[in-house]
Design a protein around this ligand. Structure first.
Ligand code: PHE
Length: 465
């Protein structure tokens, strides 16, 4: 048998051992739901002026994020491979060469993992703070986040601990490692989030918050807002990283891919909107707060917990759950890199691929860790290095890489195959949506991504010149 074909067959055998229907959901939802929802979304909404941006975000989540998410899942489901080998396979069958595009999502996952680890380290910091306050005698000071940002060594240490934990889970193997352990804690987290929304919205600031979040004042949008919304939609749904191709390869034959995609994106968007209700009432209460900065959630939430009755334990539980969500997302990123390396370099064992990837990610972590200390002077206008890295990765590269993936998918898979996987004769919605979905992937997505990117670039040039 041809060497590539043989390897396809091998990993197909591994994937077949994936039996439970919910297994896929644990992975896909686990990867989508993370720091993007609770930490990133609120400050990006703040940066883009509130209501109009929220509306744009919801619109794009459904018309851009969901169609491409379905595309990625389908690529995995059809080829039963991770993104690099999946691309090779469709390159062989379609006679077109997409290989050069397929390495990009893997590289992006690696770089995003390193920066994501720093933010996960921030969560670890608050777990430590709340545990020592709950079980020891130390009190959490209100400037805790500021102190952390200035301490590069501590941030690097915490990010390293996070990477190590992620590595251990991945080295142990995806099936046994994460599905059971983390998935089951999420209903409890959802419960904490609901309580928090309730507590936070009973503050007197709710009216102002509702106006800010839901009154769409389009004049607040900037030239960069479209690009910011596109980037965030991809980031929060884990689209454009190849992660969903890997998870798509675990979908069972009898599962309907578009329905799976729809459930994942609906869940993710609802949680994101919930996060706004937690964070903004607190932000408005601390009225002089800048709402555009990445430390936003970490500044306001701990303070709220400290002032709340029984808040120390509550805060501890919240940060532990948030950490598990961040861990789950990081595992998705690391798993994407590792599974692609193992699939591509046949002499490499899973263990060595994991450790090498971990070591490279650790090295890269140095830069964002030190952004508030050693690289303090590296700023562009108001933005510090960590914001610049975030913006470069999520607003700059991610939309383009996602566009590349959608081209692989659209051009590489025949219309017949797409139809077979999309259309379920028994679901009216499924066959009536098929043409819309094709249109979204083929025309709407490239147009919006490129338009957003160009407007952003134009906006940047205008501020520089
Ligand atoms: N979607 C995750 C979040 O919102 C981030 C992520 C991206 C995780 C890509 C895995 C892969 O936090």
């Amino acid at each position: 048998m041809h060497e590539i074909a043989k390897r396809f067959e091998q990993s197909r055998l591994i994937n077949r051992s994936w039996r439970t229907r919910y297994g896929f959901y644990f992975l896909a939802v686990g990867s989508a739901f993370g720091l993007g929802n609770l930490w990133r979304f609120p400050y990006v909404v703040g940066e883009n002026g509130g209501g109009a941006f929220v509306l744009l975000y919801i619109f794009l989540a459904l018309t851009l994020g969901l169609p491409l998410l379905i595309g990625e899942l389908m690529l995995g489901r059809l080829t039963r491979q991770s993104v690099v080998m999946a691309t090779r396979k469709v390159s062989l069958t379609s006679g077109k060469n997409f290989k050069f595009l397929s390495a990009l999502p893997v590289i992006l996952s690696l770089v995003v993992l390193s920066y994501y680890s720093v933010i996960s380290g921030w969560v670890l910091h608050f777990i430590m703070q709340f545990s020592s306050s709950a079980f020891g005698s130390t009190q959490i000071g209100s400037g805790s986040m500021m102190l952390l940002l200035k301490n590069g060594g501590l941030q690097f240490g915490l990010a390293s601990v996070h990477l190590l934990i992620t590595l251990v889970v991945v080295v142990k193997g995806i099936q046994n490692g994460l599905e059971k352990s983390i998935g089951w804690t999420m209903p409890f987290f959802a419960f904490l989030v609901v309580i928090l929304i309730w507590r936070s919205t009973s503050l007197s600031t709710t009216d102002d918050v509702l106006r800010f979040l839901f009154y769409p004042d389009f004049s607040k949008l900037t030239l960069s807002s479209l690009n910011h919304a596109v980037g965030h939609v991809f980031f929060t749904l884990s689209v454009g990283f190849g992660t969903m191709v890997t998870f798509g390869s675990y979908i069972r034959e009898d599962q309907h891919v578009p329905t799976a995609g729809l459930r994942v994106s609906l869940f993710d968007s609802i949680v994101s909107l919930g996060a706004l209700f937690i964070v903004f009432p607190l932000v408005f209460k601390a009225s002089n707060r800048t709402i555009t900065d990445p430390a936003l959630m970490f500044d306001v939430l701990p303070q709220f917990f400290i002032e709340m009755k029984g808040g120390t334990l509550f805060g501890l539980a919240f940060f532990v759950c948030l950490y598990l969500a961040a861990l789950n997302a990081s595992i998705g990123l690391l798993e994407t890199v590792v599974s692609n390396i193992v699939d591509t370099f046949k002499n490499m064992t899973r263990n060595s691929a994991s450790w090498i990837t971990g070591a490279v990610a650790l090295l890269l972590t140095l830069v964002p860790s030190l952004s508030g200390s050693f690289f303090r002077e590296a700023r562009l206008g108001e933005k510090g290095l960590i914001e610049l890295i975030d913006s470069l990765l999520i607003n700059g590269f991610l939309p383009l890489v996602a566009l590349g993936l959608s081209i692989i998918f659209f051009k590489g898979i025949s219309l017949k195959e797409k139809e077979r996987l999309f259309v379920d004769k028994e679901r009216f919605v499924s066959y009536s949506m098929f043409p819309q979905w094709l249109f979204a992937v083929q025309w709407f997505a490239p147009a919006v991504i490129i338009l957003g990117w160009l407007m952003h670039l134009f906006g940047l040039l205008k501020t520089v010149l």
